[in-house]
Design a protein around this ligand. Structure first.
Ligand code: GCO
Ligand code: MG
Length: 402
């Protein structure tokens, strides 16, 4: 029997920080898992190195479900982003190994293709409305059939989602940057630029918008109602998801579809949202919601309630978990859309292979496993650099949800 011989944790910052797990079997097969938790990376690296790696050595890598149950139930302490990201990395690496051992791409192990490709959306943004419109044009020219639009609120500055460099990267400073936030200014401005996008480009593509947890339930209801004529694909995270009853109030007032879940980490965290049909899209991912094994369970529950998938795919999801997500997206019946921001050029020096983009769709690699390799040597050129996500403060100085 093949056994897990070693499991190594790599922390490197090629363009941004990634934590990567590599499991090697006694047969010399390797599998990769992403363990990146933006701004809290070293906590997961320690969880893996200090607490999970010693439990893995000697086990049968083929027993993917059993290892998931062993790590989850065996921790006693349940859920939470650090635990679930660490378990995700192990699970993803084991699926990679299973694919390589079987000689099949992972999506084949999940039941094969349910579709020809995976619809992807990317991020257009601008420091003002003309710049946003230019950026939407750029994404349409690149072949995207779905575009997220965000613009900086005039006179407030620091609005979520507005790109400074070539790629939107919010975790950019050694200590958290403090950004101002003003809800009334956002509420009066954001609908106008979404309308400007529809006025200029029409309705022949999907338009998305991320509110990024900034509104109260009633404000979110007002916003959703106000933008109904824009026919958004979704409004994302309109209000923080700790209080899930809040979505019922939003629902009672607007037919703008709702997407939630990028910061949630287990089926129990989304159970109420799904079974009460409080959201239309669930945004949990392979990397933060327990790997392929657990994310598939979430997606299956969602399918029963006509909730579709819309997995998170920001730059802080490494090419490994993005690939794993796209394998799953290709297979599940209730796929909706996949976020795809791409990565900095340095990231591609370390992670080779992965998904490809063509005509608005993502495609996984056809090699056995996930189709991504980690270049350890190249990673040494990019030592770990601490980077934090920003913190938002209202104009009176009090902390707001970033
Ligand atoms: C998105 C997200 C990201 C997150 C980031 C946090 O919709 O892509 O909201 O931009 O803020 O992934 O680490
Ligand atoms: Mg988001």
């Amino acid at each position: 029997m093949s056994t897990i011989e070693r499991a190594e944790v790599f922390v490197a910052s090629p363009g941004r920080t990634f934590v990567t797990l590599r499991i090697t079997t006694s047969d010399g097969v390797t599998g990769l898992g992403d363990a990146t938790l933006n701004g809290r990376e070293l906590a997961v690296a320690s969880y893996l190195r200090d607490h999970l790696v010693p439990l893995l050595v000697g086990r049968d890598p083929a027993r993917v479900e059993d290892i998931w149950q062993y790590l989850y139930r065996g921790a006693y302490w349940r859920r939470g982003p650090v635990t679930m990201t660490a378990i995700s990395a192990v699970d993803t690496a084991l699926w990679d190994i299973k694919g390589k051992t079987a000689g099949l791409p992972v999506y084949q192990l999940l039941g094969g293709r349910s579709r020809d490709g995976v619809l992807a959306y990317s991020h257009a943004s601008g420091t003002d409305v003309p710049a946003l419109l230019d950026d939407v044009q750029r994404y349409l020219d690149l072949g995207y059939r779905a575009v997220r639009a965000q613009a900086a609120v005039p006179d407030v500055g620091g609005t979520y989602g507005v790109r400074k460099g070539a790629i939107y990267e919010p975790a950019a400073t050694a200590l958290p940057e403090e950004q101002p936030w003003d809800t009334p200014s956002y509420l009066s401005f954001a609908p106008t630029y979404l309308e400007a996008v529809r006025d200029r480009f029409g309705f022949g593509f999907h338009l998305l918008h991320d509110v990024h947890h900034r509104l109260t339930p009633l404000e979110a209801a007002q916003f959703g109602k106000r933008v109904e004529d824009c026919r958004l694909f979704w409004m994302e995270d309109p209000t923080p998801a700790e209080n899930q009853e809040a979505f019922r109030l939003i629902r009672q007032h607007t037919t703008t579809p709702i997407a939630v879940g990028e910061a949630l980490t287990s089926v129990w965290d989304v159970q109420h949202l799904i079974t009460e049909q409080l959201v239309d899209y669930v945004r949990t991912t392979v990397v933060h919601a327990g790997g392929i094994t657990h994310l598939r369970r979430i997606f299956d529950l969602a399918a029963l309630y006509q909730v579709r998938t819309g997995s998170h795919g920001a730059t802080d999801l490494s090419p490994v978990s993005l690939a794993a997500n796209v394998h799953l997206d290709l297979a599940v019946p209730n796929f909706g859309i996949q976020e795809y921001m791409g990565h900095a050029p340095e990231t591609a020096e370390v992670f080779h292979g992965g998904v490809t983009f063509a005509d608005g769709m993502l495609h996984p690699a056809e090699e056995p496993g996930l189709g991504v390799e980690y270049d350890e040597r190249a990673a040494e050129r990019f030592p770990y650099q601490a980077r934090y996500l920003p913190v938002a403060r209202r104009l009176d100085g009090s902390v707001h949800d970033w």
